[in-house]
Write a protein that binds this ligand. Structure first.
Ligand SMILES: Cc1ncc(COP(=O)(O)O)c(C=O)c1O
Length: 339
């Protein structure tokens, strides 16, 4: 069955209720087999740790419609592994990689009519999450947990697709040096709401966070990772315990090396050394690759390649990444799981 009510070309990044979501409960030491349900409302205890102490984590990944009609999931094993690390950090029970991938597949199949057609640039975004639930009041791990996945059709996260955007350096931190920055937990995002809103109010796409210890190095671009291309063609991306290890970042590191022949450096990106880069971008599941036109820091805008045009290396990386995701370009072994 198709979905005539959706204008695929106009999709943004907004919640809509799709047909089915996956729901599994952890009780008495184990996850149940899980079910698909039409109900998009959770009924949970008012004492749930997710509500009071932020005991929750989430993931984001996409399913793509290919030219031949088949459906690709992009590196779901990596999302499963990251969710396991997030759960461990917040003392929540881990979901096995097998249960995670099977649940993703089931949700994609059950919402197939919401997958944007090949060629529209859209995808079906999956949002897995684990939350601490059950009657509780003390600051401790929850007696019960819920693992759920819902799906929404999405277009580009930053309006305008592969067009450069400007970003504002924030004076706030989203995570502490040895805190939870490397885990995909809600608290990091709660901390990012105000700086993000301030940047958007000032007409920037989002804010950029510096390292929380010294405020001298770029860490993340809103909800995406930073990369830059140096004048001698090195792909540089920050590496820090407070950066979320993005799966798009991980994939670009490999594609930059093996497909574009670039040298890759995971290291410091000093805010006073932006002139080292001829191109820069933000990368993530939602952001895909968003070229960074300029970065404003201490009331000065530093422009990389251009505020209007996309640099050639960013463009090549984009083509390679999106080609792999939609099946137009051969994927490295193990990256694609067919639904
Ligand atoms: C803070 C943050 N950094 C980086 C990323 C990029 O990670 P990924 O490529 O796995 O989507 C995300 C988004 O998911 C994020 O929320």
């Amino acid at each position: 069955m198709g979905n005539e009510s959706i204008n695929w070309d106009k999709l943004g990044f907004d919640y809509i209720k799709t047909d089915k979501r996956y729901l599994s409960h952890w009780r008495n030491g184990e996850w149940d087999a899980g079910t698909l349900t039409e109900d998009n409302v959770l009924h949970i205890s008012e004492g749930s740790t997710a509500l009071h102490y932020g005991q929750q984590c989430f993931e984001g990944l996409k399913a793509y419609r290919c030219k031949d009609g088949s459906i690709n999931l992009f590196r779901p094993d990596q999302n499963a592994a990251r969710m396991q690390r997030s759960c461990a950090r917040l003392l929540m029970p881990q979901v096995s990689t097998e249960q995670f991938i099977e649940a993703c597949k089931a949700v994609v199949k059950a919402n197939e009519r919401f997958i944007p057609p090949y060629g529209t640039g859209g995808a079906l975004y999956l949002r897995p999450f684990v939350i601490g639930v059950g009657d509780n009041i003390g600051v401790r791990t929850a007696p019960e947990f819920i693992f759920s996945i819902f799906a929404i059709p999405v277009g580009a996260y930053f309006k305008g697709g592969l067009t450069p955007h400007n970003f504002l350096i924030s004076s706030y931190d989203r995570a502490a040096p040895q805190g939870t920055g490397a885990a995909k937990v809600g608290g990091n995002y709660a901390a990012s709401l105000m700086p993000g809103a301030q940047a958007k109010k000032a007409s920037f796409a989002d804010c950029i966070y510096l390292d929380p210890l010294t405020h001298s190095k770029i860490e993340e671009v809103g909800s995406a990772n930073f990369f830059g291309i140096t004048h001698d063609d090195k792909f540089v991306t920050p590496n820090s315990p407070s950066v979320l290890p993005g799966i798009t970042r991980l994939s670009l590191i490999e594609l930059a090396k093996t497909r574009l022949g670039l040298e890759v450096v995971e290291g410091d990106v000093f805010i006073d050394k932006l002139a080292d880069f001829k191109e820069a971008g933000a990368c993530g599941t939602a952001a895909v690759i968003t070229p960074i036109g300029g970065i404003e820091y201490q009331n000065k805008l530093h422009v990389f390649y251009s505020e209007k045009e996309v640099g050639p290396i960013t463009q090549k990386l984009y083509k390679e990444l999106t080609g792999v995701q939609t099946g137009d370009v051969e994927a490295p072994a193990g990256w694609i799981v067919k639904v």
